[in-house]
Design a protein around this ligand. Structure first.
Ligand code: PLP
Length: 381
C-alpha cells in the first residue's frame, strides 16, 4: 500500500529533535522556526515532558471515558488557573478540527439555532462544521456545503452588525489571530464588538485559539489582549507539544448533559500527561514572558529590511509580509541556511512560529540568514 498523496513534501527525514532543532537521517541540523504548524510550544523533546509521558506510559496508557481519569481534572484545574478561565468547564478531544466541531455543535445545542458567523480567510479545520466555516472552496466537499455559515469580511464591524440583524445567530467563530491567512490580527474594537453583539443577541462567542493560544502571543490566549472573554475557547496544537490532543473550554452558562459530546480517545492518560507537562513547563520556565521579549527582539531586528512590506506579530506569532512572493526566501532559508519556516494562504507572507523557548542567539541565526538573502538581491523587488 502507498500513502494517499495529499501533502507536498520536503525531501527531509527527521530522526531526532531537541529544543529548537531537528536532525535528519543524514545528521544535518535544522533550526525549527515553524514547530510543525505551531505545535511545538515548549521545545522538541523537552526532558521534563519526555519523562512525564514515559512515566505515564509505563503505568497506564489508555482506558476509555467510562471510568474516572483524575489526570483530566488535574489538566483542567491547571489550565483554568494559568489561562484565567478557572470557572469554565473543559472537554478533551483529539485535534483542532474536532475541538471546533464540538464548539459549534455545543453552541447550537445551547441556543437551539443553526446559523453561525465566520470570517473571510479563516481556517478552523477540515471536519464537517469546521470546514464549512472556511471560505477556501478547494477544501469544501459537496457534502460539507451548507448555508448555516455566514461569511463576514474580517474586521468589518458594519457587515458584522448586518449579519446579526438579518439572522438568528447561534455562534460567532473567530481565530484569536488568523494563522493560515498569514497572521491577521483582529482589531481590539472588533473583538469587543463581537462580544457585545453576542451578548445582545444571546449568541455564543467561540474563539479558536488552536494556533494563537497556549502562550504564543505573550498572553495565554490571544483574545485576552482585547480584554474580553469568549464563551467557548478551542485549543490544540501547542497544548500537547506534539502529542495529538485538543480541548474545549466551556462557559458555566452552557450546561452539560450525559451523551451531549463524546470521544473514544479524547482525554486519554498519555494526552493528559503531555498536556499537564506542557502547562507546568510554560509556567516554570516563564515562557509567555519569553514570547514577548523574543518576539519584540525579532521585530526590532527585521523591521527596517527593505524587502519587507509589513510585519504582523504578537509575541512569537509572526507574519512577515514581503514585497514579493516569499517562496524564494523560504527555499533559500531551508537549503542554504537549514532553517525551517512556514508559509500562508497569502503568497508573500512568511510565517514564523518557533518554540516559546527560543533564545535570542537562535533568532540571530535567522536574522542573519534573512538579511543575507535580502541583501544578496537574489530576491529583487
Ligand atoms: C486556527 C486553527 N484552527 C483549527 C485548526 C485545525 O487543527 P487540526 O489540524 O488539529 O485539526 C488549525 C490547524 O492549522 C488552525 O490553525
Amino acid at each position: 500500500m502507498k500513502l494517499f498523496d495529499v501533502y507536498p513534501l520536503f525531501d527531509l527525514n527527521f530522526v531526532k529533535a531537541e529544543g529548537s532543532y531537528v536532525w535528519t537521517d543524514k545528521n544535518e541540523k535544522y533550526l525549527d522556526l515553524y514547530g510543525g504548524h505551531a505545535v511545538i510550544s515548549i521545545g522538541h523533546s523537552h526532558p521534563f515532558y519526555v519523562n512525564k509521558v514515559t512515566e505515564q506510559l509505563q503505568n497506564i496508557g489508555f482506558y476509555s471515558n467510562s471510568v474516572k481519569i483524575p489526570i483530566q481534572e488535574e489538566v483542567a484545574a491547571l489550565l483554568g488557573k494559568i489561562s484565567g478561565y478557572n470557572d469554565y468547564n473543559f472537554f478533551m478531544c483529539n485535534s483542532g478540527a474536532e475541538a471546533n466541531e464540538n464548539a459549534i455543535k455545543l453552541a447550537s445545542f445551547h441556543t437551539g439555532r443553526k446559523k453561525n458567523i465566520c470570517f473571510t480567510k479563516a481556517f478552523h479545520g477540515r471536519t464537517a462544521a469546521a470546514v464549512a466555516a472556511t471560505d477556501n472552496k478547494s477544501i469544501i466537499a459537496p457534502v460539507n456545503e451548507t448555508d448555516n455559515f455566514i461569511f463576514v469580511p474580517f474586521n468589518n464591524t458594519t457587515l458584522l452588525e448586518e449579519a446579526f440583524a438579518n439572522n438568528e445567530i447561534s455562534s460567532v467563530i473567530i481565530e484569536g489571530i488568523q494563522g493560515v491567512a498569514g497572521v491577521q490580527i483582529p482589531e481590539v474594537s472588533f473583538l469587543q464588538k463581537i462580544r457585545s453583539l453576542c451578548d445582545k443577541n444571546e449568541a455564543v462567542f467561540i474563539c479558536d485559539e488552536i494556533q494563537s493560544g497556549y502562550g504564543r502571543t505573550g498572553k495565554f490566549f490571544a483574545h485576552q489582549h482585547a480584554n474580553i472573554k469568549a464563551d467557548i475557547i478551542t485549543v490544540a496544537k501547542g497544548m500537547g507539544n506534539g502529542f495529538p490532543v485538543g480541548g474545549v473550554l466551556i462557559s458555566p452558562e452552557i450546561k452539560a448533559k450525559h451523551g451531549l459530546l463524546g470521544t473514544t480517545f479524547g482525554g486519554n492518560y498519555l494526552a493528559c500527561a503531555a498536556s499537564k507537562a506542557v502547562l507546568e513547563v510554560l509556567a516554570s520556565e516563564n515562557l509567555m514572558q519569553n514570547a514577548i521579549e523574543a518576539g519584540d527582539y525579532l521585530f526590532e531586528q527585521l523591521k527596517d529590511d527593505e524587502n519587507i512590506a509589513e510585519i504582523r506579530y504578537q509575541g512569537l506569532m509572526f507574519g512577515i509580509e514581503l514585497k514579493t512572493p516569499c517562496a524564494p526566501f523560504r527555499n533559500q532559508l531551508l537549503q542554504d541556511f537549514k532553517i525551517l519556516t512556514g508559509n500562508a494562504s497569502c503568497p508573500n507572507t512568511l510565517r514564523i512560529l518557533p518554540a516559546l523557548t527560543i533564545t535570542k542567539a537562535e533568532l540571530d541565526l535567522f536574522i542573519k540568514a534573512f538579511k543575507t538573502i535580502s541583501q544578496s538581491k537574489l530576491v529583487t523587488i
